[in-house]
Write a protein that binds this ligand. Structure first.
Ligand SMILES: Cc1cc2nc3c(=O)[nH]c(=O)nc-3n(C[C@H](O)[C@H](O)[C@H](O)COP(=O)(O)OP(=O)(O)OC[C@H]3O[C@@H](n4cnc5c(N)ncnc54)[C@H](O)[C@@H]3O)c2cc1C
Length: 381
């Protein structure tokens, strides 16, 4: 297996660096120990409403996911994952950019690559496009955005703060612009040693004025944080970075002959919370299993079951998420949801399980049963 990345590692990746229990499980399946001291553990999610309501909820107790989330900079985490892949037998070529898929009678048979100014070719029996949100590579083989499916604009920066670190992910449902509340949230995630990842993610919507950029929303958000946290310019670490989050499987097709599309390249991100790390790992794992099987049995059709298996796994849930975002795009509904939802602890407990997609898959608890009923009511498309 050949792993190619245009960056040299470790490298920065603009991200909130937060993993829910679903992300933790994905790491564990790769043989990474989330209790390693390099990870900052988080036991709960704390949500701040517009009227001063604050609610802290521990991760739900489920059979499938541990009650543990973690934070780790992508600078560290992605380096760890690359090393895991090398240990598992992958050859890694960093600093190598893929420019376009090679075509062998309609089959993607490798890629044209550039390394240190030299153009070359690598051949492969199967190619996995995992080149992130911009995914120019897959686009050259016809993978394109599905109009109307959601994209968020997000920005983040690191800050040092004298505030004692608590093991919680904090989310603020109070991002404003002139026309009212924005569909999205601000976050403050503890990275460890007094460092915080602070950011915002807002749904891109034609209704919002062009001036609503993640960077501007971020500037306002940081100003509204408690002054004693001292998250200001003098305590900022590194630059403010921003990027898009393609959500709810907003790209199509997820496979063409010889090539499967995973992670952000396929827009495989949870539309409820913008969580993408878990889904990038999960879709990568599925692609790897199918390709392994297809090679072992010499049956290419197995690899090309990938889009239908992805749909089977996520489509109903993502469909509900996409519709939820359409509702949130309406500032009146957003205001209603924040005002009446956050003070209700049981509702929020269920919302946390649902929005972080933490179902047991077995309908064990009452909340899990309810989640299953809701999912089963969604049409499968
Ligand atoms: C501001 C922000 C905050 C976020 N916060 C969170 C969060 O807290 N938790 C969470 O779970 N998700 C978060 N996300 C989403 C998450 O970052 C992504 O969903 C996730 O990184 C997707 O992983 P990926 O492997 O598909 O793509 P990426 O992580 O983007 O990796 C793509 C890789 O491809 C390489 N590449 C790109 N083009 C080429 C090329 N032509 N040739 C060779 N290599 C190439 C890049 O160098 C990169 O290493 C956030 C996103 C943003 C923008």
């Amino acid at each position: 297996m050949l792993l190619v990345d245009k960056a040299t590692f470790p490298r920065e990746k603009v991200c909130g660096d937060g993993l829910t229990p679903r992300g933790v499980t994905a790491l564990q399946r790769m043989g990474v120990d989330p209790e390693d001291p390099g990870f900052t553990p988080v036991e709960a999610l704390r949500t701040y409403g517009t009227d001063g309501t604050v609610i802290t909820l521990r991760w739900p107790d489920t059979k499938s996911f541990p009650p543990l989330g973690v934070v780790r900079t992508r600078f560290d985490l992605d380096d760890l994952l690359v090393n895991r892949a090398i240990k598992a037998g992958a050859r890694f070529r960093e600093g190598m950019e893929v420019s376009r898929p090679l075509d062998d009678r309609g089959w993607v048979s490798g890629a044209e690559v550039t390394e240190g100014g030299d153009v070359g070719r690598v051949r492969a029996r199967y190619v996995v496009a995992a080149d992130g949100a911009s995914s120019r590579f897959a686009a050259r083989r016809g993978v394109s955005r599905i109009e109307g499916r959601p994209v968020a604009a997000a920005a983040r920066r690191y800050y040092r703060s004298p505030r004692p670190q608590e093991p919680v992910l904090e989310s603020f449902l109070s991002l404003q612009e002139r026309s009212g509340l924005l569909a999205g949230y601000g976050w403050v995630f503890p990275v460890g040693d007094g460092l915080y990842n602070v950011g915002v993610g807002v749904l891109r919507s034609p209704k919002h004025s062009k001036e609503v950029t993640a960077r501007k929303v971020m500037a306002r958000f940081v100003r509204q944080l408690p002054p004693e946290w001292r998250m200001d310019e003098s305590n900022a670490v590194g630059p403010l970075l921003s990027g898009p989050i393609p959500m709810g499987i907003n790209r199509h097709p997820l496979a063409v002959p010889g090539m499967l599309v995973v992670g952000d390249a396929g827009g495989i991100v949870n539309p409820f919370n913008g969580e993408g790390i878990a889904y990038a790992i999960e879709s990568g794992e599925l692609a790897a299993e199918l390709i392994g099987d297809a090679l072992a049995r010499n049956r290419p059709a197995i690899a090309h079951m990938y889009p239908s298996l992805i749909r089977e796994r996520y489509e109903r849930y993502f469909l509900i998420g996409r519709n939820w975002l359409k509702l949130l795009g309406n500032p009146t509904f957003m205001r209603f949801a924040v005002k009446h939802g956050i003070p209700r602890e049981r509702l929020m407990r269920f919302a946390l399980r649902f929005m972080a997609n933490l179902s047991d898959g077995r309908g064990g608890s009452r909340q899990d049963k309810l989640m299953h009923v809701i999912l089963s009511l969604a049409p499968e498309r």
